[in-house]
Design a binder for this molecule. Sequence first.
Ligand code: UT7
Length: 323
Amino acid sequence: MIRSAICGVGAALPERVVTNAELEKIVETSDEWIVQRTGIRQRYIAGERDTTVSLGAQAARRALDNAELSIKDIDCIILATSTADHTFPSSATEIQRALGMTLGFAFDIQAVCSGFVFALATADFYLRCKMAKRALVIGSETFSRILNWKDRTTCILFGDGAGAVVLEAIKGKGVIQDRGILASKLRSDGRHIEKLYVDGGPSTTQTTGHLRMEGPEVFKHAVAMITDVVNSCFNIAGIGPEKLDWFIPHQANKRIIDASAHKLGIIDKKVVITIGEHGNTSAASIPLALAVAVKDGRLKKGDLIMLEAMGGGFTWGAVLLRW
Ligand code: UT7
């Protein structure tokens, strides 16, 4: 059978680092509150010239280099983002142009913070259906552009950045020892829209709008939703958490990550945490965390990895894969 395996990872972050101390000058907050409640110490904020497309293209180039491949080897680009450069065309086609890719197809996926998991699961199906052989799956965001910088309950949480992976169709035996994606589970429930949304859009206000969130309400649902899809992946694969080498969650809040890992029975040292440095970069947070864990040598060939995310909509999902 065909499996989709990650063969390259890349990341791109804006130059400018904004610490909690700097935010203390903008809104009534403190480094102590932000660290205690979220685990965030700093975030990267896009400069004037950075956009979702420029960061996404940079991460994609680095993923191609890491895979020792060129853009000619790619026949599909899926970009997960909620902060597209334009209302249309898709930022994926703008990245396609930036990379010089003229074959294949490219499109955006909008599932907010769960976007990368949705994009990865989607690319996996394209590869397994033989509609593509190698896909660039990118998460790229410039949330700083949709934040209300006067709202201390949201502006301290988010950061900008991009991460990308090259996903390649390989031969598998249909067993748990195979490399590549072994299970995935996607969910959404639109009843929760008002708890986390942006109050603008082309068809309503004709403006971009600003992010609004009932933080504690999102928090309340997060752990149950995350553990539900992660356990679904364990069940599909017929394994338990003890087999896992790495848990790489969406980085929204360290307390959510810790509580989810604890409920799932995953020990601390198997959890990759980057929220302290990156903040919440929405669809970019998982590939950015993957890139960190690859660079520091934590991920080894054959390792079993669980990715998961939860975000606006609500949307939530998990992917189990072998490195
Ligand atoms: O990635 C997409 C999914 N998003 C999430 O998963 C985010 C989920 N939610 C959260 O992570 C948390 O709810 C937050 C980090 C947003 C907030 O933490 P919390 O522990 O739920 O705090 P809270 O909203 O209940 O606020 C506690 C207190 C309030 O003051 P009072 O009413 O107790 O006097 C807030 O007004 O903290 C106050 N507060 C702040 N204080 C200092 C809220 N924001 C801040 C702030 N600095 N930035």
